[in-house]
Structure formats: C-alpha cells, structure tokens
Design a protein around this ligand. Sequence first.
Ligand SMILES: *[C@@H]1O[C@H](CO)[C@@H](O)[C@H](O)[C@H]1NC(C)=O
Ligand SMILES: *[C@@H]1O[C@H](CO)[C@@H](O)[C@H](O)[C@H]1NC(C)=O
Ligand SMILES: *[C@@H]1O[C@H](CO)[C@@H](O)[C@H](O)[C@H]1NC(C)=O
Ligand SMILES: *[C@@H]1O[C@H](CO)[C@@H](O)[C@H](O)[C@H]1NC(C)=O
Ligand SMILES: *[C@@H]1O[C@H](CO)[C@@H](O)[C@H](O)[C@H]1NC(C)=O
Ligand SMILES: *[C@@H]1O[C@H](CO)[C@@H](O)[C@H](O)[C@H]1NC(C)=O
Length: 478
Amino acid sequence: MEAKNFNNTHKHHAIVLALPLQGHINPAINLSLKLASSKNFTITFLTFEFLHQQITQAQPTDDSDDIFSRARQGPDALDIRYWAIPDGLPLDFDRTTRLDEFLGWYLYGGMLDHIEKGVEKILFDSKPKVNVLIIDTFYPWASKIAKKFGLRFASFWTEPALVFNLYYHVHLLKHHAHLGCPDTRKDPIDYIPGISSIEPNDLMSYLQDKDISTNMHKLIFQAFEDVRLADYVLCNTVQELEPNTISALQSLMPFYSIGPLFPSKTLQNVVSPSLWAESNCSEWLGPKPNGSVLYVSFGSLASFTKDDVMEIAYGLMESNITFIWVLRPGTVPNEGDQFLPSGFDEIVRGRGVVVPWTNQVAVLTHPAIGGFLTHCGWNSIIESTWYRVPMLCFPVFSDQFTNRKLVVDDWNVGVNLASEKPLRRMEIATQIKSFMSKKTRDELRKNIEVVRKILEDTLEAGGSSKKNIDKFIGQLNN
Ligand SMILES: *[C@@H]1O[C@H](CO)[C@@H](O)[C@H](O)[C@H]1NC(C)=O
Ligand SMILES: *[C@@H]1O[C@H](CO)[C@@H](O)[C@H](O)[C@H]1NC(C)=O
Ligand SMILES: *[C@@H]1O[C@H](CO)[C@@H](O)[C@H](O)[C@H]1NC(C)=O
Ligand SMILES: *[C@@H]1O[C@H](CO)[C@@H](O)[C@H](O)[C@H]1NC(C)=O
Ligand SMILES: *[C@@H]1O[C@H](CO)[C@@H](O)[C@H](O)[C@H]1NC(C)=O
Ligand SMILES: *[C@@H]1O[C@H](CO)[C@@H](O)[C@H](O)[C@H]1NC(C)=O
C-alpha cells in the first residue's frame, strides 16, 4: 500500500457540491470516490446540515462520523473530507412541500452567501490547496463562486447529454415557437445540433409547461446561462450511447462523458447516503423463482395523486404478478400514508410487498427480480441496465420523459407503460403481465446485454469514459 500523505501539496483538491436531492447526491458520491482513488486527488465533499441530519437519522445504527468514514479507513485510504454547512433556512423547514419558497431562497442569493462562507472556510489553510470546484449544473450561480475564489469550474451534470443539449438550446425552442408561446407547435423538433428529431412530448416536463415563469423555470434557465462559463462539463453518460448529441456539445464546450460512475469493486458499499431508512427485501425475495418478481419504484422525488396510486395498486393486484413496491412517504402529497385500497395487504399477501424505501442496487441484483417498473430517473436507468433488468417505463416529470425516449426508442431495453390519463387499472394489469412474459423479457434482455457491454467497455483501459476522466484530470495540471 502506498504511503498516505494527506497533506501532499502536489495533489489536486476539489470541493464537490451536489444538489440536495438523492438522485444528485448518489452520483456525486461515486464521482468523489472515483477521483479520490486516482491517487492524485483530495476531495472535500460539501453538504448541508439538514441533509447530514436526515442521512444520520435514516441510519441510526451507523455510528461513524460521516458517510465517508469507511472510505477513509478502508484499504484504499481515500482522502475525502466532509463538511456540513447551513443553507440559511431552519433545519426543520420542509424543503419538499415548500419547494417554491426553497427555490426562491436558492435563486435570489440567500443560499449563495452561505455556500460562499463555507467555501471560504475550507480554503483557509487547506492542504493541499483547493484548485477546482465540482458543482451540480443546477446551481444557477456556480460560476460566481469559482470566480470569487479563483478555482477552476467543473459543472457536474447528472442527467443524459440529450437533456443537457435541450436545456442548452432553450433559445432555439423559443425562437421556433416550441416553447413559451400561446400556440405551442406540436410538430417534431429538428433544429437542435446533434438531435435529428424529437417529439415535443419527449421534452423535459419543464419545457412542456405552459407557464414558464415559475422559480423552477427561472432556476433552470439561469443555470444554463451560467454553465456556459464552465471550464469543464462532466456528464454521467457514455459517448457511445449518445454519440451525436455529445459530438455536437463537444464542438461548443469542453464536455466530458465520464459515466457510468461506478467506483472500483473495493469501494462498492463503503458509503450509504440514503435519505430514508432502507427495508431489507432479500429475505422476502429469497424463495421466489428467478426473474419472477417485478420491482416497482418511482424514485426519490416523483409524486402522484391518490387516484393514480389507487389505479397502480389495483393494476398490480389484477396482474397476478409478484412484486416489490417502493412507496415512499410523501408519494401522495398531504395525504398521510393511507392511500392504498382497503384490503390491499390481504389480497396481495405473500405475492406482493410494499416498503417505504429500500436499497435499490440490492434489489436489482437479486436473481428473483425480472423487471423494473420505473419512473425513468437517470440513475435508475443506468443501474437497471448495468444489472441487466428490463424496464417498464412510466415517466412522471422532469427529465424522465426524455430519458424514456433513450430507453425505449433508442436502445430498446424497455417498453412503455402506455399511460393514457386518467390511468386505468385493467390496462396497467394487462401491460404488466405482458411485460413480465418470457417472450418480452428475453427480447429485452438480448438488447440490454449490448448496452451493458458498452457500459463495461467504456470503463476499461482505452474506453471512452476512462479516457475522458483521465483527460479531465490531465487538463487540471495545465
Ligand atoms: C494536515 O494538515 C492539517 C491542517 O491543515 C493538520 O491538522 C493535520 O494534522 C495534517 N496531517 C498530516 C498527516 O500531516
Ligand atoms: C498531481 O497534481 C499536481 C497538481 O496539484 C500536478 O502538479 C502533478 O503533476 C499531478 N501528478 C500527476 C501524476 O498527475
Ligand atoms: C454508485 O456506484 C455503485 C457501485 O459501487 C452503483 O451500484 C451505483 O449504482 C452507483 N450510483 C450512481 C448514481 O452512479
Ligand atoms: C438483509 O438480510 C439478509 C438476510 O436475510 C442479510 O444476509 C443481509 O446482510 C441483510 N442486508 C443488510 C444491508 O442488512
Ligand atoms: C437462479 O439464479 C442464480 C443466480 O444467477 C443461479 O445461481 C441459480 O442457478 C438460478 N436458479 C435456477 C433454478 O435457474
Ligand atoms: C389473474 O388471476 C385471476 C384469477 O385466476 C384471473 O381471473 C385474471 O384474469 C388474471 N389476470 C390477468 C391480468 O391475467
């Protein structure tokens, strides 16, 4: 083992700041582990006190100092430091139900002040000297922080390049009346560099909205002005999976595809950043036949009406398929947790189980799992593909509609859950059953092998993501 020299001044030192959402924290952690294992990198992972508190409460039995303790103490002895700072709002401020207020705070400076103070403290006397800020693209004033402290600015994008490309060209959508006008065009969009054609209903939900003057829209539009000032954009995708979009972006900016962000094997379970306590499903899954169980999860953020949840519940019930359903508290806003049909538990007993939250990778890697009914969050898509689980796609909001296009139309590793609104339970039941049939799954699994191979190869020596991450590190030396 190499001698540890935590204060080696001939190392890069990055401050990493993720967006305070599970789907953004997870890839930021993996990126941190990956860079810190490259031997020439110190990482300071900056987080917020409210998140630190939530993660700590979700894992009451874990008595380590912080989420990276095991990464520091393990055989790899990574130099990853962890700092929790206030975001300026009270700890118990409900940032989910009062989202618009939270976004206002975020947009108009309150949060920026606190982050700048935090960065200033880290920089004071830091060894090695901090030279780069790796910050989620959704921070609309990221460039200001980097500039103020003389740091290189690496913008970290946790969604596919296709989504980045569409947001980046919002002005073209406006110019062609596909966005923000009373009579929005319905014909395909065929004028964005690197995208031959995309249907308007495959755009991100925020670009399908009639009202684009909300705080959320302001934040996104401002963030995509700011990212033009980035020294590097690091994207959790793979060149070979989105070649045209990525080439087009590369002709505009230093865009690096570095996904999938899986750290080396020895680091696979050293960090557990879950915001909610995880139910252990492995005992329940144990005796189920291989490939027989449908895993249902709509991620950490999406919300539904009570009626939609009812229809999905009846759909699962009527399908006769065995399932695990992750139904996060808050899935139906302001509804407590009484949103399942009465008698549901008795009817599905033994055949279906509902849990509030679970370790997704542990479920996806279980041989009993045969399919994933997913909201099409980008991390879920990468994980499902990596662990060879075909997807039944039910996008809900944000980038999920656009991600679905990649999964179903471009890579053929999933099928659509045709979802006419309002949802109809019998239709859901029939589609679940046909998706879980051997014929459909065999076909999808054939395609998934191809994509999985691309994900594997890109991480090997000579693979595109491996080369890009090395190139990024190399650039930092100049
Ligand atoms: C590294 O530097 C910090 C102060 O920046 C100091 O507290 C710490 O003891 C040093 N560690 C080693 C191994 O020299
Ligand atoms: C490590 O990073 C430093 C910059 O902090 C650079 O001077 C040095 O050349 C790098 N070493 C390697 C092996 O890349
Ligand atoms: C992070 O890496 C682990 C493997 O260590 C992988 O299972 C997980 O899916 C990765 N998550 C993301 C968001 O990249
Ligand atoms: C889940 O339970 C199984 C036994 O049923 C056990 O082997 C496994 O270690 C548990 N996983 C976690 C993360 O506790
Ligand atoms: C089920 O899958 C496991 C793991 O892939 C394998 O070891 C086992 O042989 C399979 N069982 C059957 C009955 O195919
Ligand atoms: C589920 O099983 C019931 C009872 O055997 C049957 O009537 C129903 O048609 C099945 N549902 C589907 C979608 O096959």
